[in-house]
Ligand binder design. Structure first.
Ligand code: FAD
Length: 290
């Protein structure tokens, strides 16, 4: 097995994109088994699976991220990417968590600042930005480190473009690859790539894709700061009363996006599966099954 930074390098030499899936720890214990049943049934393995880390301030154990990531690696032989947010933690706490992740055999961390909880005013200032967490993880020299990027800017930023200076800082502190926030207009991603390369950011930047599955999901997504192209709005309008058709159209829209991104040489496609077997299966069948 290979660290994720090396997976991107190898895929580049093979002229293929890295295909990865993202899952989140389910609230109900039975949900965890559903995740593994889905992985059991996949027709092909993704290059890696990333597991999100819950709301800031939760403990490692409440989160279940490490438990799920370890099983993905040990039981399925699939490389796992452990997300980690730092904003609500002290340096001491974060160092302890990093040591636990290492002890469990996980070699890849997606280093995030995390969202600042509403109304929070008193929290440790050890990790103000993701770059501070990246620097801490890099000190151990034992992990491949990923970081987030935002084709249409981070929701807290006034500008509707990623601040490339902040991205460059993340690379300089030790990020080996980036995974983007979801977007529905590929041009936003191409613009981010262009600006990053001009600023001499050289590490791979994977495109984050989230298929639309329901109208309620669209309402929640407003807060990701992704713009909805008019074609997509029309699809949602057309199929809003027929959930199955909306799912089909949402998946088709994502597939068109991914096909075009791959045609244009994207180094990675990271799919937000929202723990939906239909998404994981469709993506693996189309892009990984031989
Ligand atoms: P940062 O890069 O630190 O950016 C935070 C804000 O600070 C941005 O507005 C940025 O522009 C600004 N900033 C950065 N550096 C500087 C600087 N030097 N000076 C001034 N301003 C600066 N959240 C979770 O809780 N759990 C997850 O598992 C999770 N997974 C994610 C996976 C991906 C691929 C993405 C894209 C996001 C994920 N998030 C997750 C959400 C993320 O935690 C939030 O978007 C969070 O608000 C920002 O995290 P960041 O790592 O991008 O922070």
């Amino acid at each position: 097995m290979m660290k994720i930074g090396n997976i991107y390098q190898q895929a580049k030499s093979e002229k293929r994109p890295v295909i990865s899936l993202e899952i989140f720890p389910p609230k109900r214990p039975t949900g965890i088994e559903t995740i593994f049943q889905t992985i059991d049934k996949l027709t092909a393995k993704p290059d890696f699976i990333s597991v999100t880390y819950g709301a800031a301030g939760n403990t490692l154990r409440e989160n279940k991220t490490l438990e799920i990531a370890s099983r993905i690696k040990q039981d399925y032989g699939i490389e796992a990417l452990h997300h980690l947010t730092a904003i609500m933690n002290s340096r001491e706490e974060i160092c302890r968590i990093i040591a636990e992740i290492k002890a469990a055999g996980i070699e890849n961390i997606l280093a995030l600042r995390g969202d600042i909880p509403k109304g929070a005013c008193d929290f440790p200032e050890d990790f103000q930005y993701a770059k501070d967490l990246i620097a801490e993880i890099a000190r151990s020299n034992q992990f491949s480190i990923g970081a987030a990027c935002y084709p249409e800017g981070h929701i807290d930023q006034k500008a509707n473009r990623e601040n490339i200076k902040h991205l460059l800082e993340k690379e300089q502190q030790g990020a080996n690859f980036f995974i983007s926030q979801l977007f529905f207009d590929n041009q936003a991603f191409y613009d981010l790539l262009d600006e990053s390369r001009k600023a001499r950011i050289n590490v791979p930047i994977a495109a984050g894709i989230m298929p639309i599955m329901s109208v309620s999901q669209v309402e929640k997504m407003i807060f990701f700061g992704a713009s909805l192209p008019v074609d997509l709005i029309k699809l949602i309008h057309r199929y809003q009363d027929t959930p199955e058709d909306l799912q089909k159209a949402g998946l088709e829209y994502s597939i068109n996006q991914i096909d075009e991104l791959i045609e244009n040489g994207a180094s990675g496609i990271h799919v937000y599966t929202m723990n939906r077997p239909i998404i994981a299966n469709t993506i693996m069948d189309r892009y990984k099954a031989k």
